[in-house]
Design a protein around this ligand. Structure first.
Ligand SMILES: [Ca+2]
Length: 211
């Protein structure tokens, strides 16, 4: 899919699938449940090209008969003895305004070794495309793990002076919009010599973005 087309699809998905309107037509939160597709989430191109990013593909699926609902299924291949990560992200050209709290549920299948992987939420913000990382959470195998992050420091937004040219006065632009939301699964480096390779799937569901 060409980038422009992909962006249009992303905007459309944001408008019809993930905005949950409350009274007065204002969206209180944005919710990704992946019951009808990946809702614009994908492995970014830069990660595909990098050797230590080991996400192989992403699709929608369910983990066994115990899981009635669909989730984002990230296939990955973590090596035994080095730092590695797998990442999925959602990008919007519109920006997500006024939302600071993000949470997601992450499921690591029971066949994975204990304490071998962590997950964290990462956002890209503003016209400067600044990257902010949330705290990493240990993934306990065989259960859903809640990963959450609050990005309070983004609240005031940013201020940037734009040169309007020909000696005219500068214009102050304020924008703290979230441009990208990513969930990164990481090898716990402190455990590197006690873990085995993990080749398999990791599931992500119920991504919620709220004020
Ligand atoms: Ca779901």
């Amino acid at each position: 899919m060409k980038p422009i087309k992909a962006s249009l699809v992303t905007i459309l998905l944001l408008a019809i699938s993930v905005c949950v309107p409350v009274e007065g037509g204002v969206c209180s939160e944005i919710y990704f449940d992946f019951e009808h597709g990946n809702q614009g989430w994908r492995i970014p191109d830069w990660a595909v090209e990098q050797g230590d990013y080991v996400g192989e593909m992403v699709e929608v699926g369910r983990e066994g008969p115990l899981h009635e609902n669909l989730a984002l299924k990230l296939m990955c291949d973590f090596p035994r003895q080095s730092w590695a990560a797998a990442i999925v992200e959602f990008e919007t050209v519109k920006g997500i305004k006024g939302k600071r709290m993000i949470s997601a549920d992450v499921f690591l299948p029971g066949k994975a070794r204990k304490r071998c992987l962590k997950a964290r939420i990462i956002v890209t913000v503003g016209s400067g495309w600044w990257i902010m990382e949330g705290k990493a959470v240990d993934l306990k195998p065989g259960q859903w793990n809640r990963v959450a992050a609050r990005f309070d420091e983004l609240a005031p937004g940013e201020e940037m002076r734009a040169d309007t040219g020909e000696g005219k006065s500068d214009r102050v632009v304020t924008s703290g919009d979230i441009r990208k939301i990513a969930i990164r699964i990481e090898r716990d480096a402190s455990q590197w010599n006690r873990v085995r390779r993990y080749k398999g799937s990791i599931y992500i569901d119920n991504v919620v973005v709220r004020p």
